[in-house]
Design a protein around this ligand. Sequence first.
Ligand code: COA
Length: 436
Amino acid sequence: MDWREHYKSHLTSAAEAVNLIKSGDRVCVHHACAEPTALIDAMVANAAAYRHVEIVHMVPMGTSPYCAPGMEEHFIHNCVFAGGSTRKALAEGRADYTPIFFHQFPDLLRTELVPDVALVHVCPPDEHGYCSMGVSIDYSKAGAESAKTVIAQVNPNMPRTLGDTFIHVSKFAAIVEVDSPIIELPAPKLSDVEMNIGEHCASLINDGDTLQLGIGAIPDAVLRFLTEKKDLGIHSEMFSDGVVELIEAGVVNNSKKTYHPGLCVVNFLMGTRKLYDYVHNNPAVYMAGVDYVNHPLVIAKNDNLVSINSCVQVDLQGQIVSSSAGLKQISGIGGQADFVRGAAYSKGGRSIMAFPSIAKGGISKIVPFIDEGSSVSTLREDADYIVTEYGIAAMHGASLRQRAQRLIAIAHPDVRAQLQEEYERRFATLDAIDRN
Ligand code: COA
């Protein structure tokens, strides 16, 4: 059948399309800003028709209505990255969490976690019947390829991104046309603390480096201090509007990249319409699955790869907790460990973990011991540069005593005395040997 006929004969409403989902199915949802909200809303409106539908999803950008109290009879959320709309269900034991390195998630969807249904959000087909999966390729393309049934939300506002981004219309069991804005993530307002952190991080970046930028306010702050740099490149899990500004300013040109020179390489995008217009039909941005972009051995093919990420807690040994506070799941490991490892294997590579010395609740992020129940995302052996608004602490090659000294020096002044007491309990003997 000609793809145009397939398209027409599978056009339906969202309410009809979600009847393809059956009780007990595993449903893989398109990631982050590509979330197909019309399909999710229709699925949740149809909740009474389902029992125990498993929702596999990573960074939630919508309201995650399948996590609302009372929905657990119908939907169980299997979360790979918690967010504001899913944390409560996790904390209350109404949702589960699967720990997995981001680069291994597509393989999980091809093997142990094969979806029955994938909900995707794509741009309209080209003349050959291919739709780009737009702003999120990551695990979402693998999820759609391995699902038995794919329901597509087709939207002219979804940018036609290029690379390994295409899925053919013949794969769609139901097609729902919408004309609604793609979810946007506006640039955060930056505090003085974040700006100080950005400035310290920028001092660790050299002309010609290739950058990975993580999630949160810190990467945005770093970008503000890169305007005087030259020939930067991008090989990143994600990026947002700040990178477009540096491309327009001629700072990012990918000219010195040793792998995919000339191209920004990325697996998902989160930003505003400005970013989405920039990537539309743009061959300078190569998008591919996270199993490729985030594979540490692929990352390491970029010389001078600098990864910049943030975290929840660091102990005095340099163990880095990034996705939980105790047993409370705050986010997920995402691509942090992928890039920290990749940067370690990159010739001239560096990884930076940057965060405000004090968390929102007023507690220190640098602690003597990590909270009971917290999961370590970056091992002390992998820790490299740790940055707060008070400076930079180099971990790689540093002994436990040196690490503790350096971390105390960049902790908030109010907690340094308490950290120092712990330091003395651990290292008084070594310090005394040094003095004699
Ligand atoms: N103890 C308790 N809670 C803490 C905490 C701590 N030490 N540090 C942070 N939190 C809480 C905050 O209070 C906030 O809770 P709220 O949303 O209920 O107010 C939440 O964690 C997020 O903190 P915030 O400072 O707003 O986060 P951020 O947007 O700067 O992101 C991370 C920081 C660590 C959550 C984020 O960088 C992350 O998820 N990293 C791991 C994944 C990763 O690095 N991926 C890399 C590529 S994308």
